[in-house]
Design a protein around this ligand. Structure first.
Ligand code: ADP
Ligand code: MG
Ligand code: MG
Length: 201
Protein backbone atom coordinates (compact mmCIF):
# COMPACT_ATOMS: atom_id res chain seq x y z
CA UNK A 1 0.00 0.00 0.00
CA UNK A 2 0.88 3.68 0.00
CA UNK A 3 2.74 5.76 -2.52
CA UNK A 4 6.32 5.44 -3.73
CA UNK A 5 8.67 8.38 -3.24
CA UNK A 6 12.07 9.16 -4.73
CA UNK A 7 13.80 7.27 -1.94
CA UNK A 8 11.89 4.10 -2.88
CA UNK A 9 13.26 4.29 -6.43
CA UNK A 10 16.80 4.91 -5.17
CA UNK A 11 16.51 1.84 -2.96
CA UNK A 12 15.19 -0.16 -5.93
CA UNK A 13 18.17 0.76 -8.10
CA UNK A 14 20.64 0.17 -5.27
CA UNK A 15 19.08 -3.24 -4.61
CA UNK A 16 19.21 -3.99 -8.34
CA UNK A 17 22.88 -2.98 -8.36
CA UNK A 18 23.58 -5.40 -5.52
CA UNK A 19 21.80 -8.17 -7.44
CA UNK A 20 23.90 -7.39 -10.52
CA UNK A 21 27.08 -7.66 -8.41
CA UNK A 22 25.93 -10.99 -7.00
CA UNK A 23 24.85 -12.39 -10.40
CA UNK A 24 27.49 -10.82 -12.67
CA UNK A 25 29.40 -14.05 -13.24
CA UNK A 26 26.18 -15.90 -14.05
CA UNK A 27 25.05 -13.21 -16.51
CA UNK A 28 28.44 -13.28 -18.22
CA UNK A 29 28.34 -17.08 -18.36
CA UNK A 30 24.94 -16.94 -20.11
CA UNK A 31 26.30 -14.32 -22.52
CA UNK A 32 29.37 -16.46 -23.25
CA UNK A 33 27.08 -19.20 -24.60
CA UNK A 34 25.16 -17.02 -27.08
CA UNK A 35 26.93 -13.65 -27.08
CA UNK A 36 30.28 -12.07 -26.27
CA UNK A 37 30.61 -12.80 -22.54
CA UNK A 38 30.24 -9.24 -21.28
CA UNK A 39 26.67 -8.84 -20.03
CA UNK A 40 27.60 -9.14 -16.33
CA UNK A 41 30.51 -6.71 -16.68
CA UNK A 42 28.38 -4.30 -18.74
CA UNK A 43 25.69 -4.11 -16.09
CA UNK A 44 28.22 -3.95 -13.25
CA UNK A 45 29.82 -0.90 -14.86
CA UNK A 46 26.42 0.66 -15.49
CA UNK A 47 24.90 0.08 -12.07
CA UNK A 48 28.07 1.18 -10.26
CA UNK A 49 27.77 4.46 -12.19
CA UNK A 50 24.07 4.68 -11.29
CA UNK A 51 24.77 4.16 -7.59
CA UNK A 52 27.63 6.68 -7.60
CA UNK A 53 25.53 9.31 -9.42
CA UNK A 54 22.61 8.87 -7.02
CA UNK A 55 24.91 9.18 -4.00
CA UNK A 56 26.02 12.61 -5.22
CA UNK A 57 22.46 13.92 -5.37
CA UNK A 58 20.18 15.21 -2.64
CA UNK A 59 16.52 14.19 -2.53
CA UNK A 60 15.05 13.65 -6.01
CA UNK A 61 11.54 12.98 -7.29
CA UNK A 62 10.82 9.46 -8.62
CA UNK A 63 11.00 10.60 -12.25
CA UNK A 64 14.33 12.37 -11.69
CA UNK A 65 15.85 9.27 -10.02
CA UNK A 66 14.88 7.12 -13.00
CA UNK A 67 15.99 9.57 -15.69
CA UNK A 68 19.35 10.10 -13.96
CA UNK A 69 19.87 6.35 -13.74
CA UNK A 70 18.88 5.88 -17.37
CA UNK A 71 21.37 8.53 -18.49
CA UNK A 72 24.14 6.78 -16.55
CA UNK A 73 23.37 3.43 -18.18
CA UNK A 74 23.38 4.95 -21.64
CA UNK A 75 26.66 6.79 -21.12
CA UNK A 76 28.62 4.03 -19.34
CA UNK A 77 27.51 0.72 -20.89
CA UNK A 78 29.04 -0.02 -24.27
CA UNK A 79 26.85 -3.02 -25.08
CA UNK A 80 23.34 -3.13 -26.51
CA UNK A 81 21.88 -3.49 -23.04
CA UNK A 82 23.02 0.01 -21.97
CA UNK A 83 20.92 2.05 -24.39
CA UNK A 84 18.03 -0.41 -23.99
CA UNK A 85 17.91 -0.36 -20.16
CA UNK A 86 18.78 3.34 -20.24
CA UNK A 87 15.80 4.00 -22.48
CA UNK A 88 13.60 1.88 -20.20
CA UNK A 89 14.45 4.00 -17.16
CA UNK A 90 14.54 7.38 -18.92
CA UNK A 91 11.19 6.85 -20.60
CA UNK A 92 9.62 5.54 -17.39
CA UNK A 93 10.99 8.55 -15.52
CA UNK A 94 9.69 10.94 -18.14
CA UNK A 95 6.21 9.39 -17.81
CA UNK A 96 6.26 10.07 -14.05
CA UNK A 97 7.02 13.77 -14.59
CA UNK A 98 7.92 15.72 -11.45
CA UNK A 99 5.45 14.09 -9.03
CA UNK A 100 7.05 13.78 -5.58
CA UNK A 101 5.37 10.39 -5.04
CA UNK A 102 3.46 7.99 -7.30
CA UNK A 103 1.05 5.12 -6.78
CA UNK A 104 2.19 1.61 -7.71
CA UNK A 105 -0.49 1.65 -10.44
CA UNK A 106 0.91 4.82 -11.97
CA UNK A 107 4.42 3.41 -11.84
CA UNK A 108 3.21 0.18 -13.51
CA UNK A 109 1.72 2.25 -16.35
CA UNK A 110 4.89 4.30 -16.70
CA UNK A 111 7.07 1.18 -16.80
CA UNK A 112 4.82 -0.26 -19.52
CA UNK A 113 5.53 2.88 -21.58
CA UNK A 114 9.23 2.35 -20.88
CA UNK A 115 9.02 -1.23 -22.12
CA UNK A 116 7.24 -0.06 -25.28
CA UNK A 117 10.12 2.39 -25.86
CA UNK A 118 12.62 -0.50 -25.53
CA UNK A 119 10.66 -2.48 -28.13
CA UNK A 120 10.66 0.51 -30.46
CA UNK A 121 14.38 1.22 -30.03
CA UNK A 122 15.50 -2.38 -30.49
CA UNK A 123 12.85 -3.44 -33.00
CA UNK A 124 12.20 -6.60 -30.98
CA UNK A 125 9.02 -8.18 -29.73
CA UNK A 126 8.13 -10.93 -27.26
CA UNK A 127 9.37 -14.28 -28.56
CA UNK A 128 12.56 -12.84 -30.10
CA UNK A 129 14.64 -14.10 -27.13
CA UNK A 130 15.55 -10.74 -25.61
CA UNK A 131 14.98 -8.82 -22.40
CA UNK A 132 11.47 -8.12 -23.70
CA UNK A 133 10.54 -11.74 -23.01
CA UNK A 134 10.85 -10.90 -19.30
CA UNK A 135 9.79 -7.25 -19.38
CA UNK A 136 6.56 -7.56 -21.37
CA UNK A 137 4.88 -10.27 -19.23
CA UNK A 138 6.07 -8.44 -16.10
CA UNK A 139 4.46 -5.10 -16.97
CA UNK A 140 1.25 -6.87 -17.95
CA UNK A 141 0.73 -8.03 -14.35
CA UNK A 142 2.66 -5.38 -12.41
CA UNK A 143 -0.60 -3.55 -11.64
CA UNK A 144 -1.63 -6.59 -9.59
CA UNK A 145 1.50 -6.64 -7.42
CA UNK A 146 5.26 -6.24 -7.69
CA UNK A 147 5.62 -9.86 -6.58
CA UNK A 148 3.47 -10.94 -9.56
CA UNK A 149 5.65 -8.82 -11.85
CA UNK A 150 8.80 -10.46 -10.51
CA UNK A 151 7.36 -13.95 -10.97
CA UNK A 152 6.20 -13.19 -14.53
CA UNK A 153 9.66 -11.86 -15.41
CA UNK A 154 11.34 -14.96 -13.94
CA UNK A 155 9.01 -17.24 -15.91
CA UNK A 156 9.56 -15.16 -19.05
CA UNK A 157 13.34 -15.44 -18.71
CA UNK A 158 13.12 -19.23 -18.27
CA UNK A 159 10.85 -19.44 -21.32
CA UNK A 160 13.62 -17.98 -23.52
CA UNK A 161 15.59 -21.26 -23.33
CA UNK A 162 13.84 -23.06 -26.24
CA UNK A 163 13.58 -19.90 -28.37
CA UNK A 164 15.75 -18.98 -31.36
CA UNK A 165 17.15 -15.46 -31.06
CA UNK A 166 15.92 -12.98 -33.68
CA UNK A 167 17.59 -9.81 -32.34
CA UNK A 168 20.99 -8.86 -30.96
CA UNK A 169 24.24 -10.81 -31.10
CA UNK A 170 22.62 -14.13 -30.25
CA UNK A 171 20.66 -13.95 -33.52
CA UNK A 172 23.94 -14.40 -35.44
CA UNK A 173 24.00 -17.97 -34.10
CA UNK A 174 20.69 -18.88 -35.74
CA UNK A 175 19.48 -22.27 -34.51
CA UNK A 176 22.53 -22.61 -32.26
CA UNK A 177 20.99 -19.99 -29.96
CA UNK A 178 18.30 -22.55 -29.01
CA UNK A 179 18.75 -24.24 -25.63
CA UNK A 180 20.28 -21.28 -23.78
CA UNK A 181 18.66 -18.73 -21.48
CA UNK A 182 18.88 -15.16 -22.73
CA UNK A 183 21.24 -13.03 -20.60
CA UNK A 184 19.18 -9.83 -20.96
CA UNK A 185 15.92 -11.56 -20.05
CA UNK A 186 17.74 -12.95 -17.01
CA UNK A 187 18.98 -9.52 -15.91
CA UNK A 188 15.52 -8.04 -16.51
CA UNK A 189 14.12 -10.65 -14.11
CA UNK A 190 16.74 -9.53 -11.54
CA UNK A 191 15.53 -5.93 -11.85
CA UNK A 192 11.92 -6.98 -11.29
CA UNK A 193 12.92 -9.20 -8.35
CA UNK A 194 14.75 -6.21 -6.83
CA UNK A 195 11.58 -4.14 -7.22
CA UNK A 196 9.51 -6.72 -5.34
CA UNK A 197 12.22 -7.02 -2.68
CA UNK A 198 12.31 -3.23 -2.21
CA UNK A 199 8.54 -3.03 -1.82
CA UNK A 200 8.58 -5.78 0.83
CA UNK A 201 11.46 -4.30 2.86
P1 ADP B 1 26.01 -6.86 -26.33
O1 ADP B 1 25.14 -7.88 -27.00
O2 ADP B 1 26.16 -5.62 -27.12
O3 ADP B 1 27.31 -7.42 -25.86
P2 ADP B 1 24.91 -7.17 -23.66
O4 ADP B 1 25.66 -8.45 -23.62
O5 ADP B 1 25.13 -6.25 -22.50
O6 ADP B 1 25.19 -6.37 -25.00
O7 ADP B 1 23.34 -7.45 -23.71
C1 ADP B 1 22.82 -8.51 -24.47
C2 ADP B 1 21.32 -8.59 -24.23
O8 ADP B 1 20.68 -7.44 -24.76
C3 ADP B 1 20.67 -9.77 -24.90
O9 ADP B 1 20.73 -10.92 -24.09
C4 ADP B 1 19.24 -9.30 -25.13
O10 ADP B 1 18.40 -9.61 -24.03
C5 ADP B 1 19.38 -7.80 -25.18
N1 ADP B 1 19.17 -7.30 -26.55
C6 ADP B 1 20.06 -7.30 -27.56
N2 ADP B 1 19.52 -6.75 -28.66
C7 ADP B 1 18.24 -6.40 -28.33
C8 ADP B 1 17.15 -5.77 -29.02
N3 ADP B 1 17.26 -5.39 -30.29
N4 ADP B 1 16.00 -5.57 -28.35
C9 ADP B 1 15.88 -5.94 -27.05
N5 ADP B 1 16.86 -6.52 -26.35
C10 ADP B 1 18.02 -6.76 -26.97
MG1 MG C 1 27.26 -9.17 -24.63
MG1 MG D 1 29.29 -6.66 -26.00
Amino acid sequence: GGTLDGDFFRRWLTTAGAAVEREADHLTELDSAIGDADHGANLQRGFRAVTAALEKEGPLAPGAVLTLAGRQLISTVGGASGPLYGTLLRRTGKELGDASAVTPARFAEALAAGVAAVAQLGGAKAGDKTMLDALEPAVEVLGTSFAAGAEAARAGALATVPLQARKGRASYLGERSVGHQDPGATSAALLLAALAETSEA
